[in-house]
Design a protein around this ligand. Structure first.
Ligand SMILES: [Zn+2]
Length: 212
């Protein structure tokens, strides 16, 4: 579970462990699973067991390797991020409140990513794809890529994230909630370092599992 700069950062960090020749296609693969928001595909189709999960697997294209890197990060880091949800935000709480809490943490992580590794922005500016991997609307994938390129034209502000949420179809009220909660969270040093630690731990874990 992460926003797109973090996914690209993670994919780039795995590069030394993989044989990738087309980095642009690889980075497009690392963002692709989240285009489901724009295309309306069920999450299962872009994140489920039939999707690529091992970026080092034989026979995968660079795009599929990026896709697998995305899913690995979602799985491992997502579990850790969920642990940081304070107890009051357990499964019994209303969906929307917990969505805001969780997504705001992903935004905090994404802000760390763009500030620590600003060259992810260059890769995000080159997002491109020439066919729809699951037969969904290529136009809607383009749409997701284009609003994402817009988000990362420069180091994004909180306002840019709010606009991106709206662009991908989040309701105004929820986008405002995310905007406010993220602003509170970035001031919480304890949370900031807890989230920072997750990225490094996840990277180590995955690198070990790739046996490099
Ligand atoms: Zn995802």
């Amino acid at each position: 579970m992460a926003l797109e700069a973090t996914h690209v950062r993670f994919a780039l960090d795995l590069l030394p462990c993989l044989h990738v020749s087309d980095i642009e296609s690889y980075c497009a693969g690392a963002v692709y699973p989240d285009t489901r928001i724009a295309t309306g595909l069920p999450r299962e189709m872009t994140h489920g067991p039939r999707c690529p999960h091992d970026p080092s697997a034989e026979g995968f294209s660079d795009f599929q390797k990026g896709w697998a890197a995305h899913l690995l990060y979602d799985e491992i880091a997502g579990d850790e991020l969920r642990k940081l949800l304070s107890e009051e935000f357990d499964r019994t709480i209303r969906e929307r409140k917990s969505f805001i809490e969780f997504t705001s943490m992903k935004a905090v992580e994404d802000i760390q990513s763009v500030n620590l590794v600003p060259n992810v922005l260059d890769h995000l500016q080159r997002l491109a794809i020439d066919r729809a991997p699951l037969g969904e609307s290529l136009e809607r994938i383009y749409y997701h890529f284009s609003v994402t390129r817009k988000l990362y034209e420069n180091i994004p502000s909180h306002e840019s994230y709010r606009q991106w949420y709206l662009d991908v179809g989040v309701a105004q009220e929820v986008a405002d909630g995310l905007f406010q909660r993220t602003q509170q969270m970035v001031k919480d040093q304890e949370l900031d370092s807890a989230i920072r630690a997750i990225y490094g731990q996840t990277l180590e874990k995955v690198k070990k599992s790739l046996a490099i």
